[in-house]
Design a protein around this ligand. Structure first.
Ligand SMILES: C[S@@+](CC[C@H](N)C(=O)[O-])C[C@H]1O[C@@H](n2cnc3c(N)ncnc32)[C@H](O)[C@@H]1O
Length: 715
């Protein structure tokens, strides 16, 4: 039930008249349509934290008994007292005027974090795989993405270059939970719950994207694409948005009396200066023959007279000038002066021994050149303009040139050349050139490599034989989508907070291999166990939080092992992965990648009652992440009062400031100096003594208070 109707029901129970009045107002309001996407925000959202130990003051739910498949008590209780000896907790029912109390075994409780609660996130490392030398580390975080995103606002505010997410599609087929309940197809609030869930996360994600140049990519299918489009538009009014239709299942869905669906959608939101990297693939048609066997002359050279019906001389008088050529030698000699529109070109005499060529269109009318006089001079110097054949229609020699982007590709060596001819014009090595002419990618993608079953489930099955994950994306589809934005950013930071099987991290590693990049991917996903598996586990008497249950969760059972297998080239059964990668970069999967990845679980710290040393251990990975997740990490509070590692330094005891500063100055690739002090003036004084390029960041002495994230929207 929606939150508001819930509240009205409560009001009615206490004061029927007040309840009825409120209901009448609510009806009037909800029948009025306003512009934009209107939906119930369903406050507050809450998440169960089965692995978090129960502490005094916690909000908890009472679990159904073991072996039961019932939902259990949905009400929220507060822990008033813990009796350690008996293993019980005294609870009081939240929001209950009668203050109902109960004493329950701690084992039967699960901690709940409502999204309006302040949380103190931390990270615990659960393993790593290192094959990438000094490259920065990819990270995989097991956790509720809303809270993980909050933590990332401390480490990555404005620093993310690309977010790729593939959220639950809200199919009604138990593909996601709201407040720990599956959202079923008959749930009246199905769409608004989904929108509320998405909006909350997108608003935090917004703070992470680099406003000057970044992209948000969201995949979706026909169930929610309309609502998602509106939500994205109103959440990111500053972005330019496009929707791609992408064929992911050529065989189509088996439907009778309806069209058989073959595609899904990708929303691309461009922020700031974001633009597509150049490509030779238009994503719609198969690569042209030219791309496979080499280029033809006409791929690069074209006529220099601007064509088109509306093209007339008077539009660009500066580009109406004669080009003087040595016709016998096929050589451009020079450009004459531009001619004002009122001057008849026939009044200009030919230079002696040279032939004059005017910008005359095939229909005999006067047009203008594509290049200005200075553009022509630059093209002559480069060798990207030449005399072509004789044009009988105009009675003049043709002048041909290369458009700017093509000329640039030739200059950059992207198209092979055999030097210049006697007229200074470049000679293309067409037979060996593989680069097709550039193409603008289309909004419909039709690529066999994007097939979800072969490039997704089929490929995942090779990495993790027998482990099932529902609907992973094609690795190559994610790779292609990201390439458009991170191709020219070899150090890009990519984030996927609905990471599922970890396809995005895998795609980033492939992109790195293709150009030696050092991009990193942060993958966040929860440790959900599939609906069917849950039933089987419950029948075995297991519950969330039990080791055997959690071991089968998506993050621990699929995401982390998949990233590990991809890097090592070895399956979890210790066997080299069979098969080869296909498409852009083909090589045996058993080769793995020269990359580093570390695996974490998100923790929820208590603001009090934890030793500093323990608290610090949990935030240590956050300090390292903020400094670029590269090199060593300070894991413990340094006994010397300070420590400097590869990318950051930490000063805990200001008495050690002089030694600390000395070490900071010596270090080569330091990005951040963390200074722990409650004294603003001393912090400022120390900051001024840091070398240029080292960012000072102040931490309060009660470490966790630096990482307290209250919810902004009260949700
Ligand atoms: C559709 S899947 C993503 C699949 C992924 N693109 C792939 O190729 O494997 C969505 C994933 O988001 C995760 N998820 C859903 N809600 C979440 C939440 N609130 N916090 C963290 N992860 C969540 C689930 O673990 C699920 O696997």
């Amino acid at each position: 039930m929606s939150r508001l109707t819930d509240l009205i029901a409560k009001a009615k129970a206490q004061d029927p008249q007040l309840g009825a009045d409120m209901e009448r107002e609510f009806r009037a309001l909800s029948s009025r349509l306003s512009f934009g996407l209107n939906f119930e925000r369903h406050r507050p959202e809450a998440v169960e934290l089965p692995q978090r130990p129960v502490r005094r003051g916690d909000k908890v739910r009472i679990l159904a008994s073991r072996n039961s498949t019932a939902k259990g008590d949905r009400r929220l209780w507060r822990v008033e007292r813990l009796n350690k000896a008996r293993g019980t907790a005294d609870l009081v029912l939240l929001g209950d005027p009668k203050q109902e109390t109960r004493t329950v075994k701690v084992d039967d409780l699960v901690v709940v974090a409502e999204f309006r609660d302040t949380i103190y996130p931390g990270l615990v490392s659960t393993g790593k795989v290192a094959r990438g030398g000094d490259k920065p580390w990819h990270t995989v975080i097991n956790g509720e993405n809303y809270h993980a995103l909050k933590a990332l606002t401390w480490t990555h505010r404005g620093k993310v270059d690309a977010i790729y997410i593939d959220p639950p599609y809200n199919t009604g087929a138990r593909d996601w939970k709201y407040n720990n309940d599956y959202v079923e197809s008959d749930d009246l609030y199905r769409h608004s719950k989904w929108l509320a869930m998405m909006e909350r996360r997108l608003l935090v994600a917004k703070d992470l994207l680099n406003p000057a140049d970044s992209v948000l990519i969201v995949t979706i299918d026909e169930k929610e694409y309309l609502r998602l489009g509106l939500l994205l538009e109103q959440t990111f009014p500053e972005a330019k948005m496009q929707m791609i239709s992408s064929v992911i299942k050529r065989g189509g869905t088996s439907r009778t009396k309806e069209f058989s669906r073959v595609e899904e959608y990708l929303y691309f939101l461009f922020f700031g200066a974001a633009e597509l990297a150049r490509t030779d693939d238009n994503m719609l048609e198969p690569p042209t023959v030219a791309a496979e066997v080499g280029l033809s002359e006409s791929d690069l050279w074209e006529g220099m007279v601007r064509r088109g019906i509306g093209v007339v001389r008077a539009q660009r008088p500066k580009q109406f000038y004669p080009i003087l050529i040595d016709a016998a030698a096929h050589r451009i000699v020079r450009a004459g002066e531009s001619l004002a529109p009122e001057i008849d070109r026939r009044s200009i005499a030919d230079a002696e021994g040279l032939t004059t060529v005017w910008p005359i269109k095939d229909d005999g009318t006067e047009g203008f050149w594509q290049l200005s006089r200075s553009g022509l001079a630059a093209a002559m110097a480069r060798g990207t303009v030449r005399v072509g054949g004789f044009n009988k229609k105009t009675g003049q020699w043709r002048i041909q040139y290369m458009k700017a982007k093509k000329a640039k590709a030739v200059m950059a060596g992207a198209v092979a050349t055999l030097g210049k001819d006697e007229n200074g014009v470049v000679i293309l090595d067409l037979g060996t050139s593989k680069l097709a002419t550039e193409s603008t990618p289309r909004t419909v993608w039709n690529k066999a490599s994007h097939d979800a079953s072969t490039g997704g489930a089929g490929l995942l099955n090779k990495l993790l034989p027998r482990r099932k994950f529902p609907f992973p994306k094609s690795l190559y589809a994610v790779e292609d989508a990201l390439r458009f934005f991170v191709k020219d950013k070899p150090e890009a930071v990519v984030l996927d907070f609905f990471a599922g099987s970890g396809t995005t991290a895998h795609a980033v590693m492939r992109l790195n291999r293709q150009d030696g990049g050092r991009r990193t991917c942060i993958s966040v996903t929860n440790n959900e166990v599939g609906a069917e598996e849950q039933m089987a586990l419950r029948e075995r008497g297991l519950r969330p939080g039990d080791g055997d249950w959690e071991a089968l969760g998506i993050c621990d059972y699929i995401t982390k092992p998949r990233v590990r297998a991809a890097i090592t080239g070895i399956t979890p059964d210790d066997v080299p992965i069979k098969g080869d990668y296909k498409f852009t970069d083909e090589f045996p999967m058993a080769e793995g990648f020269e990359e580093n990845a570390e695996f974490f679980t998100l923790t929820y710290e208590a603001p009090i009652g934890v030793s500093y040393q323990t608290a610090f251990a949990r935030i240590a990975p956050l300090l390292w992440l903020r400094a670029g997740s590269v090199g060593r990490r300070v894991e413990k509070l340094p006994s010397a009062g300070w420590e400097v590692v590869d990318s950051y330094g930490l000063l805990v005891d200001l008495d050690g400031a002089t030694d600390f500063l000395r070490a900071v100055r010596k270090a080569k690739s330091l990005r951040i100096a963390y200074i722990v002090t409650d004294d603003e003036r001393r912090f400022q004084a120390l900051s001024r003594r840091l070398p240029e390029g080292v960012e000072p960041i102040r931490l309060y002495e009660s470490y966790l208070s630096n990482f307290a994230f209250a919810n902004g929207d009260g949700a």
